[in-house]
Design a protein around this ligand. Structure first.
Ligand code: TLP
Length: 341
């Protein structure tokens, strides 16, 4: 099987497995796991924030951020197809008791003026706007990189109203790899950020949230409340450290594979590429084949290729460390044969 369902499917490298075996560990709830402390310190530095916290997943990191920044009854602003709104099982309302207000984006980017208009004024009828969430790269916008200017515009508006900005940066390293900007360029325009170690970076488990010391102190308590205070967790922080320090440089290879896949599939009769490929995601529209995305995904599976549905006629392919350029070529030729049958 060639698995292009997500960049979450990568298996830990030999070096990661070895690091896990050899990791120095301690009880992290007591703050005594040296491997976790090393990871958190390195992450804070790389993300340009005062402090960082190792959490179990991207979803947990985002939800801890929502919980830490808001109080029940607040309203949070987020893009209408953002992961926090679309794919986190309603967690923000279930846990934080906040109301979500979505704003339509253009390739994932919300207009700062729309944000300004959505911020609530002083009125007893209104909820308070407690948080603005951005997503970079934007998953459902096909891995689109949020322009730095857009982040800046939103952050300036947020600051004027004293509203924190959280970035779901599950794939922010992909943005850095393909944009003429550094990590700090991006993270200067947010108060807190979540990055996944277990996507393009290849770690088996884990995410990082980062922000100022006060935020991380409160976030640590929310992590504990959610049952995310782990013990000798250096065994998973060790592969996370390798992901963070050694796997960022190669993300552009995944982007090259995505461009190659897009070019190959664009030449396939009946398929239409529905996104501009900025990073490692290719979204294909199969409507001209008169099939649904479910039917197309099932047919792909019979031919040894895994992808996911992304809408009634949309199919998502994600490139990653565990798929080679040769396999990308194989996918293109298999899809061509499959369609021309
Ligand atoms: N995304 C997954 C699925 O949940 C859809 C995927 O295969 O793309 N933020 C963003 C932008 C994400 O894409 C994801 C995962 C998360 C957060 C959540 O991360 P995990 O899966 O670690 O909870």
């Amino acid at each position: 099987m060639i698995d292009l369902r997500s960049d979450t499917v990568t298996k830990p490298t030999e070096e990661m497995r070895k690091a896990s075996y050899e990791a120095e560990v301690g009880d992290d709830v007591y703050g005594e796991d040296p491997t976790v402390l090393k990871l958190e310190e390195a992450a804070a530095e790389i993300l340009g924030k005062e402090a960082a916290l190792f959490v179990t997943s991207g979803t947990q990191g985002n939800q801890i951020a929502v919980l830490t920044h808001t109080t029940p009854g607040n309203e949070i602003l987020l893009e209408e197809e953002s992961h926090i709104f679309y794919y986190e099982s309603g967690a923000a309302s279930a846990f934080a008791g906040v109301q979500t207000r979505t704003i339509k984006g253009e390739r994932g980017a919300m207009d700062p003026l729309a944000i300004a208009a959505a911020i609530r004024g002083e009125d007893q009828h209104f909820p308070e706007t407690g948080l603005i969430c951005l997503e970079n790269t934007h998953n459902r916008a096909g891995g689109a990189i949020l322009p730095l200017e857009n982040m800046k515009g939103i952050y300036e508006i947020a600051q004027k109203s004293n509203i924190p900005v959280h970035v779901d940066g599950a794939r922010l390293f992909n943005a850095v790899a393909n944009a003429p900007y550094s990590m700090n360029d991006f993270t200067q325009y947010c108060d807190t950020v979540q990055v996944c170690l277990s996507k393009g970076l290849g770690a088996p488990v884990g995410s990082i949230i980062a922000g100022d010391k006060d935020f991380i102190k409160k976030a640590r308590k929310w992590r504990k409340r959610l049952g995310g205070g782990l013990r000798q967790v250096g065994v998973i922080a060790a592969p996370g450290f390798i992901a963070l320090t050694k796997m960022r440089e190669r993300l552009s290879e995944d982007h090259e594979k995505a461009i190659e896949l897009q070019a190959g599939l664009a030449n396939t009769k009946g398929l239409e590429i529905s996104n501009t490929v900025d990073t490692n995601i290719v979204v294909v529209n199969v409507k001209d084949l008169n099939v649904t995305s479910d039917q197309f995904v099932s047919a792909l599976k019979e031919h040894g290729i895994l992808a996911v549905t992304f809408g009634p006629t949309l199919v998502r392919f994600v490139t990653h460390y565990d798929v080679t350029m040769e396999q990308i070529h194989e996918v293109v030729s298999t899809v061509n044969k499959m369609i021309s049958k």
